[in-house]
Design a protein around this ligand. Sequence first.
Ligand code: NAI
Ligand code: MG
Length: 357
Amino acid sequence: MSKTVLILPGDGIGPEIVAEAKKVLDAVNHQENLGIEYSHGKLGGASIDEYGVPLSDETLALARESDAILLGAVGGPKWDELDSAIRPEKGLLKIRSELELFANLRPAILYPQLADASTLKPEVVSGLDILIVRELTGGIYFGQPRGIRTLENGERQGYNTYVYAEHEIERIGRNAFEMARKRNKKVCSVDKANVLEATVLWREVMDRLSAEYPDVELSHMYVDNAAMQLVRAPKQFDVLVTGNMFGDILSDAAAMLTGSIGMLPSASLDKNGCGMYEPCHGSAPDIAGQGIANPLATILSVAMMLRYSLDMPAAAEQIETAVSKVLDQGLRTPDIYTDGMKKVSTSEMGDAVVAAL
Ligand code: NAI
Ligand code: MG
C-alpha cells in the first residue's frame, strides 16, 4: 500500500534543507521500491505570503490525509512585526495541536566523528545517546486562562496556566516507556513536584504506569537538578520524559551537548504513529540563501519518519548509515567544520548522502 508524505519546506533555510532531505528520500524510495508518494503544502511565512494565514485549511486538510509530514522550519525577520495571532510560529502550534501531535521525540546523539564539536569534555559526552520525550500539546504553552490583565490598582499582570489532565500524562508516559523498552530500559521523569501541584499528579501517574512496565526502570528528578545533571553527566540518562515547557528547555540544552544543532532531528507523533518530522533548529535567516546550511538534521528526520510513521526501519537504517559514512569521509558543512576536513555546501552534502546509499 502506498504512503503519502506531505512536504512543507517553510521559510529561511527550510526550502534548502528540505530539498536535500527529499533527494535522499527519493533515492531510497526508488532503490527499495517503497511506494512513497508526495503532496505539497505551505506553512509559516510562506503561507502568510500566499494565503494571509500561517496555516491554511487546504494545507491542514493535506496534513490530515498524509501518513507523515516533512517540515523544514518556519519564521524570519520578514514576519516579525506581524500581530502574534498570525505569526509563522502560530501555524506550527496549530498544526501540532490540530493533529494532536503530543509526543515530541528529540534524540541527542554524539557522532564519534564529531567529538570535537561539543564544548564538553570528550569523556563526558563520547558515546552519548539519549532521547528526550517532550509533551507537545498541553501544559503551560496551551493552558487557559492566559493573558495580560490590569489589576484594580492599575498595575498590569501577565499570567499563564500550567495544566495537565491524567490522560495527557498517561499517553506521553506510555510513549516514554515504550521507547525505553526498545533502548536501554530506563525512564527518568522530570517534574517540579516539590512546588507545582500539576506535576505532583504527573509523578503519581508515572508511578502508576510503571507497574505495567516492570522491565523498565523509572526514576524521578526535579527539573532544576535535571538541567544540572544533563551537563554534568548526561550519559546517566536513557529516556527523559517531561512536560511541554521543561522539555523545550531541556531538549535545547541536550542538543548542544552534541555540538551542532544542524545534526539533530525530531519527530512529533500522534496516538496512531502519524507524525511530523523536522530538524530541531529554526529557519536560520542569517545563513538563508547561501547554500551553507547543514541538511543532515533534516535528512536524519526522514530516517525517523521511515522508522516511526512509515514502518520501514530498514530504509531508516540505510539513511543513518549513509550519514555516518559521509562523516567518515570527512565531509563537513561550515557549522561542523574542523581543521583537515573537507568543506561542502548544502547540496553537496545531500548528494554525498545519496551516493553513500
Ligand atoms: P535557528 O535555529 O534558526 O538558528 C540558530 C543558529 O544556528 C543560527 O546562527 C543559525 O545560522 C544556526 N543554524 C541553525 N540551523 C542550522 C543548520 N541547519 N546549519 C547550519 N547552521 C544552522 O534559531 P533562531 O536564530 O533563534 O531563530 C531563527 C528563526 O527560526 C526565528 O524566526 C524563529 O522563530 C524560528 N524558529 C523556528 C523553529 C521551527 O520552525 N521549528 C524552531 C526555532 C526557531
Ligand atoms: Mg525551543
